[in-house]
Structure formats: C-alpha cells, structure tokens
Ligand binder design. Structure first.
Ligand SMILES: *Cc1c(COP(=O)(O)O)cnc(C)c1O
Length: 444
C-alpha cells in the first residue's frame, strides 16, 4: 500500500472509528442483493460520455465551413500539437490518427525491425502486442505487479537479450509504471523506452507528466479515453528531430515542411495523419480536461477511503513516484477469501445487478492464440531461430498476471468518477451489501 493511501486509510479509520455499523445500515448493507431477490442500490445511470456543448459544435462547423479539412491546408492540428505539448510539458508533439499508429510510428522510427524483440506487459490493451507483431518483432511479456496492475519493473532486466530493441511500459488505467526502475535499466542497456500513455493523460511521475520520460510517449484519443475526439492519437518527445522523423513516417515519407506537389521522401512510412476535425474537437475537449481530472481524483480518493474499510477489497497501489493518477480506470483487487469464495465473475455480476456497471478487466494477453499463431508462422520461423522461439514459449509465463486476470482484477470506468460524491456512496454501499451477503450468494 502506498504511504499516501495508508495514511489516508488510518485517518479515515480514526475519524469513523466505531461508526462502521451505523455506516453499513445507513447505506443499506442489511438489504438483500438483487441476486437474492432484493432491490438494487441504484437505478440512476452514471454520467454519460463523451461530454460536449456548443464549443465543440462551433469548432467542428468552423472547420467544415473553412473547407480546410486536411492538416496540410489548415492550422488546427498544428495548433493542437503546440497546445498539447505545452499542457504536458514536452518539447514536441505529433498528432496521429489514433494511439495504435502513435505506438507503431514510435517503434518503427526508433529502429525496431523484423527479428528484434520488444518488452511489454501482458496486462494491457491488445494494440500493444499488435504493433510489435506488425513490425515482425517478438513480443516479450514481463509479468504484472498485482499491487499496482503495472509491469513488474524488477523483472525487466532479466528479459533483455541482444535483440531487445525497445521497452514499452504501459501506464495502465492512469496509474504510472515504476519509471525509477525502468529508465535506469533501459539506459544501462541503451534500449529506447516507448511509454504507452494511452490511458494516462495528465498522470504524473515525480510531478512531471507521464509520457515525457521515454524516447517517446504515446497517447490515444479514442472515445473511451480521458481526452477524446472519437479517434486520435499523439506522440510526445523532447527530441525534436525524432518527432520530425515520426512526422515523415506518419505522412507517407514526406517531412513536415514538404508541401503540395513537392515529392521529396525522407524515409519509409504510411498515412497516419489526424484530420482537422479531430484537432478541432480535441482543442475544445482540452478546455475540460483539467477539471474532469480533478473531479475523478477527488471521487477516487473518497471511494478508496470507503473501500479500504471493506475486507477483501484492495484499491490499486501507486508507486512512490506517482504524484498524480489519471484514473482512466478505477482498479481494485477482489479477494474472494473475504467473500465466502464467490468467484470474481459472480461478484461482478452481483454489482452490475445493483446498478453499478463493473468490469472483470483484461484477460491474459500473452496467452492469446493469435500471438502464438503469428510467431509460429513461416515469416517468424525465417526471422528467429528454433531455439529462440522455443525459449519464448517457455518464458511466456506470467503467473501473477494470470491470477490478476482470473481472480482479482476489477475495474470501474473513468466516467463513473465524474458525478457527485453520492455516486461513490452508492458504489461502496453495493459492495458492502454483497460482502454482507456473500455467504448466501455462495449457496446460489
Ligand atoms: C486505447 C489504447 C491503445 C490504442 O489506442 P487507439 O487510439 O484505440 O488506437 C493502446 N494502448 C492502450 C493501453 C490503450 O488503452
């Protein structure tokens, strides 16, 4: 448990000492869960997403009526890049079509080639492994630290080989991976770090934004993300030359200053450009990002204080260096021992029925059959020795992650943290209710 959380926990415990029972009945723990025939804690919906008003409408209409829908003709995407870099405290930014293409562009420009290896966590979105496979490189999974849901940074060095061409930590759920352990190992072995910050807009490590520590930091603006334009992405870097090379890669080989019919090619590439419409939406959405982030943090801390009182519910821990959590997901561990051994799936279903939409979280990505199918394909067998592929299979073991996926990891979406405090009271009440009736639920 982080010091911060522990301290808060004790303060909260001291303040409510002896009041536990009163609280429980006040919030309906004595009522039956819906799964046992009771009434739901909540019938109201949580805040909807995305959020917009006339600001977005005007921004989109202005682009429409300008006829400048392409970043080459307009100035909106360029303006977004400048403002996003400023907000995040990075020297340079490149907007992209989506987060996946931000990751792919970063890895390709940093020199990840066919036959190379990339280190990544198994507790993440599938895009992370897809970009590695798209470059015909080998994804090397390092187990998860179940207390933080992040890559277990202490295990990265042992996974490095002479073919490791990049390390891709993911700041999962808006929490921040242990950069104090990752960055020195990367530096020692001269391996570039691509931070996947797709879920961690405004998160901070030692008061500096996550996504500004690696050679690049990649963001997604897909509709579920804390900053969104339906689709979109960005690469941040403090290396302006690197961003210029990313520009050429993302714009079919043509540099930032190439115009019109000036067909000069810098290097290989593809088309991953952002449209002016996306840029306009993002500039409008950015006027809300700080306030929304503050609301999520206040609600998340208030919720954690309540959940820490419930045996078997462990809100995710943050490393010492994480000075701001973006709470893209509110993540916690569920310990079935404290809930009469009812499996996670039943717990999640019971919460859903109480009107609290709950997710069982990711499955074990490293075990997806499509990965094995890819690396045993003709192309991979030409790129990697039989021994290397056999060793990959042997090493592709992430037992802590397996347990987290199967038994413990539970999430709420960021949108659930955007309403009033009373929404948090409902969440806690529903969990208390299930805890109080776990024995009966186990018999159903
Ligand atoms: C959303 C996400 C991506 C991919 O972003 P898209 O914009 O959907 O392509 C990559 N990594 C993580 C961790 C994500 O959450």
């Amino acid at each position: 448990m982080s010091n911060k959380l522990t301290r808060r926990h004790f303060l909260a415990a001291a303040a409510t000492a002896g009041a536990g029972l009163t609280l429980n009945t006040a919030h309906g723990a004595s009522e039956k869960p819906v799964l046992l025939g009771g009434k739901p804690v909540r019938t109201k919906a949580f805040p909807s997403w995305p959020v917009w008003d006339k600001t977005e409408e005007k921004a989109l209409l202005d682009v429409l009526n300008s006829g400048k829908w392409f970043r080459g003709g307009g100035q909106i995407v360029t303006q977004f890049e400048e403002e996003y870099a400023k907000l995040m405290g990075a020297k340079s930014c490149l907007a992209t079509a989506n987060g996946t293409s931000a990751l792919l562009t970063s890895l390709a420009v940093l020199g990840v080639q066919a036959g190379d290896e990339v280190i990544l966590p198994p507790y993440t979105f599938v895009a992370c492994v897809n970009v590695v496979l798209m470059l015909n490189a080998l994804p090397v999974f390092v187990d998860t630290d179940p207390e933080t849901f992040q890559i277990d940074a202490r295990k990265i060095e042992a996974a490095i080989t002479d073919r490791t061409a990049a390390i891709m930590p993911v700041h999962l759920g808006g929490n921040v991976a242990d950069l104090d352990t990752i960055l020195p190992v990367a530096k020692k072995h001269k391996i570039p770090v691509v931070e996947d910050a797709c879920q961690s807009h405004l998160a901070e490590w030692k008061k500096r934004k996550a996504g500004t520590y690696g050679e690049t930091g990649c963001f997604s603006f897909q509709i579920t993300k804390n900053l969104n334009a339906g689709e979109g992405g960005a690469i941040l870097s403090n290396d302006e030359d690197l961003i210029e090379r990313c520009y050429a890669f993302h714009s079919n080989s043509r540099g930032r200053k190439t115009t019109g019919y000036d067909f000069k090619y810098v290097a290989r590439g593809a088309n991953f450009r952002m449209t002016e419409f996306q840029g306009a939406l993002l500039l409008a959405q950015m006027t809300r990002i700080e306030q929304q982030a503050r609301t999520r943090t206040e609600n998340a801390q208030y919720l954690s204080n309540m959940l820490l009182e419930i045996p078997g519910i462990q809100p995710v821990r943050m490393y010492e260096g994480c000075t701001r959590n973006a709470y893209h997901l509110y993540m916690f561990r569920y310990k079935k021992e404290n809930f009469a051994n009812i499996p996670k799936k039943t717990f999640v279903r019971a919460l859903d029925k109480e009107g609290i939409p709950t997710s069982v979280g990711y499955g074990p990505l490293n075990k997806e059959p499509f990965i094995k199918n890819t690396i045993t394909s003709r192309g991979y067998e030409a790129l990697f020795s039989k021994e290397r592929l056999a060793r990959w299979e042997e090493q592709n073991n992430c037992p802590a992650n397996d347990r987290l996926c199967a038994d413990e990891g539970v999430w709420f979406a960021q949108t659930m943290l955007l309403g009033p405090r009373s929404d948090m009271d409902d969440i806690a009440a529903a969990i208390r209710k299930i805890h109080a009736h776990a024995g009966e639920l186990a018999k159903t």
